[in-house]
Design a protein around this ligand. Structure first.
Ligand SMILES: Cc1ncc(COP(=O)(O)O)c(C=O)c1O
Length: 364
């Protein structure tokens, strides 16, 4: 009996997503203590969670009880924070889970999803998981989106969804409000993934509810430093959110994540001050990177900077940095033209990064 043949052929053929390795694994592989690693590869928040989060986690009394499947307390707090009624809000195990759930509701074999590479890899990955057709509408030379190209692709493929991060990962640029308005006229669901919106200060969250086909996704992973607790949320129109509720795993937000997110919202002022510091540090890092011969950074509105390596091979540079315990993200694909992506960290981490880059770039 060959039970392996039961695997769906499309899943058998699916390329796995390449995630980031955790600190302890990296430390073991590199033989460098965790404390000496400079982790600038996953756009995490260098400050960590808000000051009161650890205390909130320690004093949470109900870890033996299943969490609230309706996420009521958290949705109420998010509602007060973002200014939308709770009926429009649903939380996910990271915004990753919401991307997956939205696709499960809207996409099936024979239907298409559009995204604009270079962009976040989960859109094409999740399209594959649900058996849909992924349609790439490449960005223009300056990494802005090709609005006319998207419109033509929607017409050609009748795509059910278009995914646009704003700011985009990994290029760091945002989608203009005017482009969003143009795209909302198309017969498709437009998902604005605002994972990094707190760093850009721009958002189209206020437009949700005014258009039947606009979804906005947000996360606590970046601005609130809770990537390890997995918590994101979406603002969805009513006709769509009811179906996402039906298929959502009932206990997708665990008790710890809920407690941490509630505390983060209570300490939002402190978190926003840190966001401002990260943005100021991003500008300082950008100014220093521009000065390095052999590296061409792109301006960013997020908490990372994409850099084209003009001195030589970007993969070699990533590897050499890694041997020194400095972790950055490298992209192999053609659209990214030999780039690395550097997450914004602390000033002392940047000092080590910059001196390593100055030494390594001439050797490539
Ligand atoms: C554009 C974009 N969307 C979503 C996510 C996932 O965020 P979360 O941690 O909430 O799943 C990321 C994470 O890097 C991202 O870059």
């Amino acid at each position: 009996m060959n039970v392996e043949q039961f695997v769906r052929p499309d899943i058998a053929a699916l390329e796995p997503y390449t995630p980031i390795q955790p600190l302890d694994v990296l430390s073991e592989n590199l033989g460098i203590p965790i404390a000496d690693l400079i982790k600038l590869d996953a756009n995490e928040n260098p400050f960590g969670p808000a000051p009161g989060v650890l205390k909130a986690l320690a004093s949470e009394p109900h870890y033996a009880i299943y969490p609230d499947p309706d996420q009521l307390r958290l949705r109420r707090a998010i509602s007060a924070w973002i200014g939308h009624p709770i009926e429009r809000i649903i939380c996910g195990n990271g915004s990753d889970e919401l991307i997956d759930l939205l696709m499960r509701v809207l996409v099936q074999p024979g239907t298409s999803v559009i995204a604009c590479p270079p962009t976040f890899g989960m859109y094409s990955f999740n399209t594959g998981v649900v058996g849909g057709e992924f349609v790439a509408v490449p960005r223009l030379a300056d990494y802005s989106i090709d609005v006319a190209g998207i419109a033509a692709a929607v017409e050609r493929t009748s795509a059910r969804m278009v995914f646009l991060p704003s700011p985009n990962n990994p290029t760091g640029n945002s989608v203009s409000r005017a482009s969003v308005e143009q795209l909302l006229a198309l017969p498709t669901v437009l998902v604005l993934d605002e994972a990094y919106a707190e760093f850009s200060g721009t958002s189209v969250a206020d437009m949700v509810g005014h258009y039947p086909n606009l979804v906005v996704l947000r996360t606590f992973s970046k601005w609130a430093g809770l990537a390890g607790l997995r918590i994101g949320y979406g603002l969805l129109p009513e006709w769509l959110i009811q179906h996402v509720w039906k298929i959502k795993p009932p206990y997708n937000i665990n008790v710890a994540a809920e407690a941490a997110a509630l505390r983060s919202l209570a300490e939002a002022d402190i978190l926003q001050e840190r966001v401002a510091q990260i943005c100021a540090e991003r500008e300082r890092l950008y100014a220093a990177l521009v000065e390095l011969p052999g590296l061409q950074p792109f301006p960013s509105q997020a908490n990372f900077i994409l850099c084209q390596v003009t001195a030589g091979d970007a993969a070699t540079l990533k590897h050499k940095l890694m041997q020194q315990g400095i972790l950055v993200r490298y992209y192999r694909n053609a659209e990214l033209r030999n780039c690395i992506r550097i997450s914004v960290g602390m000033p002392e981490q940047h000092e080590r990064l910059l001196s390593a880059l100055s030494a390594l770039l001439p050797t490539l």
